[in-house]
Design a protein around this ligand. Structure first.
Ligand code: AN7
Length: 416
């Protein structure tokens, strides 16, 4: 769809054929703009199209559909969570299960659009810095497009599943001394120097465009309505910005009357945006040594903080923090009540939801959608350590099973 890029700070405009990530005038983030008045009513054609990111191609910034690189992303289930809902005393709780995406996280929504744009621009190499999921997604979509991918990861732990994905898909991987913020700064400078390498972090506004389709799908799945609350984990803050944009567009197009409250959850020791929100501030103070078991959101200087704070304030939403213990408890609770295994970062949103319900900030009758951003199998080694599992091997006999499980043989006494 016809579009241009506009700086969120100074309003400078850029042509969509330019390879540009931030405003050339003031350095702030860019947003993709359309002329919404030119949209025709798409609801008829949407009725007979299955859910997927590209169902909404008229609202996506790509020139030619022949450039689309797709692995079948989007169309994830919106699962009703009545057992968890009952525990939390919420009547209407849904989980958007983004782990169903091709590489197991919501990043695929952004990456299908981002890599398609790379193809449109004629790029041969794509790059990103990542806490894991972005790199897994980039590597897969680059492979599908026949492009080379370069991935910069921070020091310290990277979830093994995510690293394995990047390796198997053939990414060239470099570990940067420091945290994610250092890796992102490095790849930003690197792609600024190597103009032919296309940067696909969420600073690139085309990524956000793909991720906004999550809002369209939720609207579709709830019977053409927005929920009262959308709650999700926040790291670099691209996703909360993207989903808010999606809902706002539905509003601009006259498809929904009421917008949801956007609720962002950060890990206690990696919470620059939540800290700013609690102080009612309009800017953030970076966290220099972010730390959390939820490595996906171990980010101290989020790129999209301004868009995220804007989403939260504009939607009358909120930001909250959770501890690592709360995250692991929530992960286990969701797995055992709903059969859904999500990674620690994703579980942060459930932990946050509990806290917010306890504070009385979400009503019993409200419709709440929680975004389960990534699959639990991405990061099994961290989790298993918190379980203290001792497997005992037994002889293949019934008595041994009873003994191992602590079951007593029940003697049945028959009368007569
Ligand atoms: C499972 O992969 O930043 O607030 O480099 O993997 O949009 O950053 C991952 C982020 C939430 C936070 N849940 O989303 C990366 C990366 C999961 C994630 C987030 C991430 P943003």
């Amino acid at each position: 769809m016809e579009h241009y890029l506009e700086c969120i700070n100074c309003g400078a405009k850029y042509d969509s054929r330019e390879t540009i990530y931030v405003c050339g005038r003031c350095g702030d983030l860019l947003d993709i703009k359309y002329n919404y008045r030119e949209f025709k009513d798409l609801t008829e054609s949407w009725l007979n199209t299955p859910l997927s990111v590209w169902k909404y191609k008229e609202l996506l910034p790509l020139g030619r559909t022949s450039n689309i690189i797709s692995l079948g992303e989007g169309g994830t289930n919106l699962l009703e969570c009545s057992r968890l809902g009952t525990t939390l005393k919420l009547k209407h709780l849904h989980m958007k299960n983004e782990g169903e995406n091709p590489t197991g996280s919501f990043k695929d929504r952004g990456m299908t659009v981002g890599v398609s744009k790379a193809v449109e621009l004629g790029a041969k190499i794509v790059a990103c810095a990542s806490t894991g999921n972005t790199s897994a997604s980039l590597a897969a979509y680059a492979a599908k497009a026949g492009l080379q991918s370069i991935v910069l990861i921070p020091s310290g732990k990277i979830a093994l599943g995510k690293l394995t994905q990047a390796i198997v898909h053939g990414a060239r991987i470099v570990q940067v001394k420091g945290n994610f913020d250092d890796a992102l700064q490095t790849v930003f400078n690197f792609t600024n120097y190597h103009k032919d390498i296309y940067l696909l972090n969420s600073i690139n506004p085309y990524r956000i465009e793909g991720q906004k389709t999550l809002a369209y799908e939720v609207y579709d799945q709830l019977g053409y309505e927005a929920p009262d609350n959308v709650i999700l984990p926040v790291g670099n803050a691209g996703n909360i910005s993207a989903i808010w944009k999606g809902f706002k567009e539905l509003h601009i197009l006259g498809l929904i009357r009421q917008l949801p409250r956007m609720i962002g959850i950060q890990a206690e020791n990696a919470a620059p945006i939540a800290n700013a929100f609690k102080l009612k501030k309009r800017d953030i103070k970076a966290v220099t040594a972010p730390e959390t078991i939820a490595t996906a959101i171990r980010i101290g200087s989020p790129v999209s903080w301004k868009k995220a704070l804007n989403a939260v304030y504009e939607s009358q939403g909120l930001m909250e923090t959770v501890t690592d213990t709360e995250i692991l408890d929530a992960q286990r609770q969701l797995a055992r009540l709903e059969g859904l295994f999500i990674e620690p970062a994703s579980a942060a949103s459930i932990a946050g939801l509990k806290k917010i319900v306890d504070m009385g900030l979400i009503g019993r009758d409200e419709e709440t959608v929680c975004i389960a951003t990534g699959h639990g199998l991405k990061d099994p080694d961290t989790i298993i350590k918190s379980y203290n599992i001792n497997l005992t091997e037994i002889n293949p006999m019934e008595e041994s099973i009873d003994e191992a499980l602590g079951l007593k043989q029940v003697m049945v006494v028959k009368s007569n």
